[in-house]
Design a protein around this ligand. Structure first.
Ligand SMILES: Nc1ncnc2c1ncn2[C@@H]1O[C@H](COP(=O)(O)OP(=O)(O)O)[C@@H](O)[C@H]1O
Ligand SMILES: [Mg+2]
Length: 508
């Protein structure tokens, strides 16, 4: 007997040890089956507990995101090549929503929406991730916009000022300089503390390469990273790109930093989402877009904000870009975005053709919150400029009929033309607030109205160089209020310059 019980004890001992070693994780893994695959979308059956936006692995490792949860099947947006996939393949849910790597390691890098490097650099050195869709900060965590996001462009900083935490739409037909404006605003952050993100959606690779090389050449990659999904990538990748880029940007905002993000452009993003929705057989609405197209963009742009000081005081400023067709700003996607954002910069192909660059149409552009953030000194010049400019546009249209003009009208036309000439600005040549104010003060005083139009650029450079070197209070200018004596001093300085220049120009 003793022998038997000894053996039994041994046997039980071994059994218990075995139990200890066993992995007690009785969670059953659902496995679904692909029913059909079509151009970047797969229908999958047999998955009951999958959540919206959950990551799945299909077939031999193609990743996808659950987008459309129906009673009998789910629609999955593929993030890889659908050629590798066929009906009958397995679909394994991951149990987690799609997340992207975030962290300091992003700065200076070019990545795809999943954080995979597209430059020649190594994998991102970070162990932090963030879901691609995060809830926007609630109202109580937010603070009003009160700090300028200097664009370096005279026409924007004066007439359509942008504040940190604002959402300003850039819209216009193709080839009107939308990307150029956004890029100039990024380059202007060089001397500051702003982290910049350029998110390219659905563009040709040559266009993206041009932007990246400009960022490199002008030293902007020291504080910028680029998220790229090209036009030939699966629609699912194009759809997730702006959300993923925003999650990467939010990481920096939550560190209390100021962040600027450019989405170039949301027209392509909307088209990718339309394609996904049509393939998933969702009912199409206006312009064949699905009913929730407004929601996908408002959800994205709600995430841009200024956090209250208690929550670190970080900001996320968004510059979404939208392409219009034949100047139709009342098409579906542009109107949606106009109503979601805090203002828009409209670029006109007519101004572009006339060489009035940047081709900002001041009459159709507005900034609804940036005025509060504008440095006080701009008030001295902006009100007057806006008024003379809009009057001038009407007069100019009228004067084209060849009517005989009285002296006063002639004078106002001469002034308007010069103001417009002074608002022109080359690419890659941002101006500081002090520099802008010198030029704008000269413009609003009409000091240059006698100068021939083709000399405006030269005299502008001359006045600027002189102000930088000889005007003692130059740096203080952006902080000056309207009653400051500085304005009189500056006026004398500019007049002196014009006289000097007249002499040197006549002698040359
Ligand atoms: N301020 C400017 N001065 C000179 N050229 C410009 C300016 N803005 C844009 N361009 C030129 O116009 C072309 C179209 O600009 P781009 O920004 O690519 O337009 P969009 O993004 O609206 O299609 C580019 O070749 C660009 O170099
Ligand atoms: Mg562009």
């Amino acid at each position: 007997m003793g022998f038997l019980s000894d053996n039994m004890d041994q046997a039980f001992g071994a059994y218990e040890k075995g139990l200890d070693k066993m992995d007690y994780n009785p969670e059953s893994r659902e496995v679904g089956r692909v029913i059909s695959v079509a151009r970047g979308v797969a229908q999958v059956e047999g998955l009951k507990s999958v959540r919206s936006e959950e990551l799945l692995t299909l077939g031999n490792g193609v990743q996808g995101m659950a987008l459309d949860l129906l009673p009998d099947s789910i629609g999955v947006a593929l993030l890889g090549r659908s050629a590798d996939l066929s009906a009958g393949d397995e679909a394994i849910p991951s149990g987690t929503v799609l997340s992207v790597p975030v962290g300091e390691a992003l700065i200076g890098r070019v990545v795809d929406p999943l954080g995979n490097p597209l430059d020649d650099g190594p994998m991102l050195d970070t162990n932090q991730t963030r879901p691609i869709e995060c809830e926007a900060p609630p109202i109580l965590m937010r603070a009003p916009v009160d700090t300028p996001m200097a664009s370096g462009l005279k026409v924007v900083d004066t007439l359509i000022p942008i504040g940190r935490g604002q959402r300003e739409l850039i819209l216009g037909d193709r080839q009107t300089g939308k990307t150029a404006v956004a890029l100039d605003i990024i380059l202007n952050q060089k001397k500051g503390d702003v982290v910049c993100v350029y998110c390219a959606i659905g563009q040709r690779s040559t266009s993206v390469a041009r932007v990246i090389s400009a960022l490199r050449k002008h030293g902007a990659m020291a504080y910028t990273f680029v998220v790229v999904v090209e036009g030939d990538a699966p629609s699912g990748m194009q759809y997730i790109a702006p959300y993923a880029a925003t999650s990467m940007a939010e990481y920096f905002m939550e560190q209390g930093r100021d962040v600027l993000i450019v989405y170039d452009d949301l027209t392509r993003h909307a088209q990718a989402y339309r394609q996904l929705s049509l393939l998933m057989r969702r009912p199409p609405g206006r312009e064949a877009f699905p009913g929730d197209i407004f929601y996908i963009h408002s959800r994205l742009l709600e995430r841009s904000t200024r956090l209250s000081p208690k929550h670190g005081g970080g900001t996320l400023t968004a510059l979404p870009i939208v392409e219009t067709e034949a100047q139709n700003i009342s098409a579906y996607i542009p109107t949606n975005l106009i109503s979601i954002t805090d203002g828009q910069i409209y670029l006109s192909p007519v101004l572009f053709q006339k060489g009035l660059l940047p081709a900002v149409d001041v009459g159709k552009s507005v900034s609804r919150v940036g005025g509060r953030a504008q440095p006080v000194a701009y008030r001295k010049v902006s009100g007057d400029l806006r008024l003379t400019y809009s009057q001038f546009q009407e007069l100019e249209a009228f004067a084209r009929f060849g009517t005989r003009l009285d002296k006063d009208t002639r004078k106002r036309l001469d002034h308007g033309v010069r103001v417009r000439e002074l608002l022109k600005q080359d690419r890659f040549s941002p101006l500081s607030a002090a520099e802008q104010l010198v030029i704008l003060w000269a413009a609003s005083l009409g000091l240059l109205d006698e100068v021939p139009l083709d000399k405006i650029g030269d005299i502008q450079d001359f006045i600027l160089a002189d102000a930088r070197d000889n005007f003692a209070d130059f740096e203080r200018l952006p902080k000056a209020d309207s009653n400051d004596k500085i304005w009189e001093d500056l006026k004398l300085n500019i007049k002196k310059c014009i006289d000097l220049w007249g002499v040197s120009d006549a002698s040359s």
